[in-house]
Design a protein around this ligand. Structure first.
Ligand code: SF4
Ligand code: SF4
Length: 167
């Protein structure tokens, strides 16, 4: 099992750990151990953690940092996201950041266009449509960012890619 982080927009009861959706588990996924950063280990985004047995789990599981201990990716928490959207398969890890009210879709920099796949972008659009108005959906590939709204993807440069044809 990889890492997990808590979330507000999930089925989280107050003062309790986030609830993993029924039937969900990390299985052979270790995607967050590459795609996300770990401050305690000074591990940057997009590179494998030296403690990861890729496809198997954490080699220091009992001693892993709290950041890892407390991390639950969005796929684990969402019962509507199917197996094809498991992060090691779609190359995108969803991270709910409650205090900034943003859902980050962190994309593997070795698969920089993975977030544009219709099933991934369609899912992100659905989040943008359904989440509270003060939340944002932001795609990150390394240091590059895009904002996903109900109708468009907006780059930091202000370019817009319409989304209205996505179903
Ligand atoms: S990305 Fe999600 S499913 Fe994959 S190892 Fe991390 S927490 Fe588990
Ligand atoms: S310490 Fe373990 S759980 Fe944390 S990123 Fe490294 S391999 Fe993953």
């Amino acid at each position: 099992m990889g890492r997990m982080q808590s979330s507000a927009q999930t089925e989280t009861a107050a003062n309790s750990a986030p609830r993993v959706a029924a039937g969900k588990s990390c299985g052979t996924c270790t995607a967050c151990c590459k795609i996300t950063g770990v401050q305690a280990l000074q591990k940057p985004h997009g590179v494998w953690c030296s403690h990861c047995a890729i496809g198997h789990g954490c080699k220091i599981y009992p001693q892993r940092p709290d950041e890892c201990r407390d991390f639950y990716c969005g796929w684990l928490l969402n019962s509507h996201m199917g197996p094809e959207l498991r992060p090691d398969r779609c190359h995108v890890v969803l991270i709910w950041v409650d205090d900034k009210r943003v859902l980050i879709a962190a994309c593997d920099p070795d698969h920089p266009d993975a977030w544009r796949a219709p099933n991934v972008l369609g899912m992100l659009r659905q989040f943008a449509i359904r989440m509270a108005a003060d939340w944002k959906v932001v795609v990150m590939v390394g240091t590059r960012k895009w904002l996903v709204t109900e109708r468009a993807v907006l780059s930091e440069a202000g370019d817009a890619m319409p989304l209205v044809d996505l179903r």
